[in-house]
Design a protein around this ligand. Sequence first.
Ligand code: NAD
Length: 278
Amino acid sequence: MNQIQTMTKLDDATRLQRLLAGKVAIVTGSTSGIGLGIARALAEAGANVVLNGLGRADDVQQTREMLHQSTGVTVAFDNANLMNPVETVAMVERTEEMFGRVDILVNNAGIQHVAPIEAFPDSKWDAIIGLNLSAVFHATKAVFTGMKLRKFGRIINVASAHGLVASPFKSAYVAAKHGVVGLTKVTALEGAEVNVTANAICPGYVYTPLVEKQIDDQARTHNIPREQVIRDVLLVNQPNKKFATVEEMGALAVFLASDMAASITGTALPVDGGWTAH
Ligand code: NAD
């Protein structure tokens, strides 16, 4: 009995925090990592969510059920491969057919490749620009008309600290993420008069399963303890020496998507423990 009362209290508290009740959000690349963290936060804030990304069908189904059961919102999945502009536009059209509109677009899907310029494969350059930058443009273009007509829209681009500063060997990634920051500013200017905002989140290192794998790999390669890998290798540029979390990304996305952030547009917000303060 006590347990049930506690749960009811929690539910009430949660409902009060439902800043995005009834909104419709697409989160690209949300089958794992930051995208999944943002999708979860938006769903917890009451938004219906369309997940997207690569992944095994049964894993995706499990994620959908888990999110739906814990939040009560509708959770759909669209398997568009965002390397293909036609599929990107079709994802937006399918969402509009299903829910009647798109209120929030989170452009998060991204890939990385690390190599010196002279050894950087052309195909990797094209793929990184294609997914990390061009797909952001195509998805934005596809949602923009509807958002402007309805006089509400929130476009949140997951860029990177590498949208603000560079590191060697990441030519395509740094170019794409700087491009995303520029595109975010243009989107903000074009949407400003009709309550369509656009902002870029610029994370430093975020703790995701991919990063966890890198810690073990680097520890083996350099034969040093995990703590040293974290501090001296991965977080060498991150002054607070702490990974950001997907929950932090989610909380910021919820805030940017809410009415409280109506005047925040065209920004590139570092969430990087001080990296870009250098
Ligand atoms: P991740 O690899 O865990 O997730 C990437 C997502 O993109 C997955 O859902 C994947 O299925 C999806 N994806 C890949 N190719 C796709 C395609 N062709 N079409 C559709 N979806 C595709 O990565 P993450 O670490 O969560 O990164 C998410 C975003 O955050 C990326 O844009 C990344 O550049 C950025 N970022 C990450 C970090 C970090 O430390 N993890 C730091 C700064 C910026």
